[in-house]
Ligand binder design. Structure first.
Ligand SMILES: *Cc1c(COP(=O)(O)O)cnc(C)c1O
Length: 401
């Protein structure tokens, strides 16, 4: 089922907090309050004629959960409403969303221009997998508009970027890059995981497609994998992405969709708290004498603080910093944490810290890591929902140990 009726008369006037709690709800014949979990793969037909009509498209309905499922549809509609998008599709994981958003319309001879500072697996897809299908990949420093201009002077099919980026929290001027990309004939795909729909809506700056790992803030409690692709482009969502998902099968599990649907109800409350804690942690780390450098878009010291605050309503949940010394000192800090867990996940209620160079970005060569500024002394901290004073005390004792 598509999500093109989310802007009907009853719901289009709702504000976002109402959309987050009620958007997309479809009650069954039992009139349940909380959304139902339809844990089924198939559907039954009252007659052979009904099945025929479902398959020839004359009577649209659910036919198989690889194509669509009512719980997944509710999640897609709610997320679309919060994002302000006409269409949304759920996927099994964020990486399925990233891959399918490009694979569904690119082919031999296509060209992708991407920012270099992106999540390790996104980099692998663009740098290693897409070229096997005859798709040219070009990387630029996303902060440098001249590099975008130069790369996009050649006709391009897709632009892929992350802002803020993982883990260096680079900010890309979304409006400027979208304008350049459109002149070059490219669709702009923004991985909006770090900001979440609650802090930044790339479609409003001209992006054509937004992708999420809903595993992160949208679940927000470290339970389920999921992803999503959103756009206002009906042809792209139905003819290209819709057909690709239907036939290749990276469907979002109804159970995971149900968890994420409930996650959306508290997303903005949680994001407010994540950001409130993160700025306090960032301010503390900035003044700590064991910290060599701190990157947080919400701090005035961030090189693109002003742009970040134009595009985002707050700085986000992730704080990245360099520990004075190198790998040994960064590892020692991580090993001495008592509350904060070592984990490569992010966007969880629990604060999580990771060493990008040896985990999430370990696949990149040392030279590639150096180009995006990921050193052996770097720690990425996903600030959770605990009492911020406990987090600060934990970081302080771990840094001083
Ligand atoms: C985690 C992450 C992904 C991948 O999502 P999965 O749900 O783990 O597949 C993609 N992009 C960014 C920025 C991420 O942080």
């Amino acid at each position: 089922m598509s999500t093109d009726d989310t802007n009907d008369n009853t719901t289009s006037s709702w504000r976002n907090a109402t959309r987050a709690v009620r958007g997309g709800t479809e009650r069954s014949q039992f009139s349940e309050t909380s959304e139902a979990l339809f844990l089924n793969s198939g559907y039954t037909y009252g007659s052979a004629e009904e099945a025929e009509a479902a398959f020839d498209g004359s009577k649209p309905r659910y036919v198989y959960s690889r194509y669509a499922n009512p719980t997944v549809t509710m999640f897609e509609k709610r997320l679309a409403m919060i994002e302000g998008a006409d269409f949304a599709r759920g996927t099994a994981a964020g990486m399925a969303a990233v891959f399918c958003s490009m694979a569904c319309f690119l082919g031999v001879g296509s060209r992708v221009v991407a920012s270099r500072a992106i999540f390790g697996s996104c980099y692998y897809i663009i740098n290693d997998i897409l070229p096997k299908y005859g798709i040219e990949a070009v990387f630029v420093d996303g902060r440098d508009l001249d590099q975008w201009k130069q790369a996009l002077a050649t006709k391009t099919d897709a632009v892929f970027l992350e802002s803020p980026s993982n883990p260096t929290l680079e900010i890309i001027d979304l409006k400027a890059v979208c304008d350049l990309a459109h002149e070059s004939g490219a669709k702009v795909i923004v991985d909006n995981v770090f900001a979440s729909p609650s802090l930044q809506n790339p479609l409003s700056y001209g992006a054509d497609v937004v992708v999420y790992s809903t595993t992160k803030h949208i679940d927000g409690q470290g339970r389920c994998l999921g992803g999503a692709v959103l756009s206002n482009d009906k042809e792209y969502m139905e003819e290209q992405l819709g057909a690709y998902l239907k036939h290749t099968g990276p469907a979002l599990s109804p159970f995971n969709a149900w968890v994420m649907l409930k996650g959306l109800e508290t997303l903005s409350l949680r994001m407010d708290k994540h950001c409130e804690n993160a700025i306090k942690v960032a301010e503390f780390l900035e003044s700590h004498d064991r910290v060599a450098r701190i990157l947080y878009p919400g701090l005035p010291s961030h090189p693109q603080h002003e742009l970040a605050m134009q595009q985002m309503s707050a700085g986000g949940s992730v704080v990245t910093f360099d520990v004075k010394g190198g790998k040994a000192e960064a590892f020692s800090m991580l090993n001495n944490l008592k509350i904060i867990d070592i984990s490569n996940n992010l966007g969880d209620a629990k604060s999580l810290a990771t060493h990008p160079a040896t985990t999430t970005h370990q696949r990149m060569s040392p030279d590639e890591r150096a180009l995006v500024g990921i050193g052996d002394d770097m720690v990425r901290l996903s600030v959770g929902l605990e009492d911020v004073d406990d987090l600060i005390e934990d970081l302080d004792q771990a840094l001083n140990a």
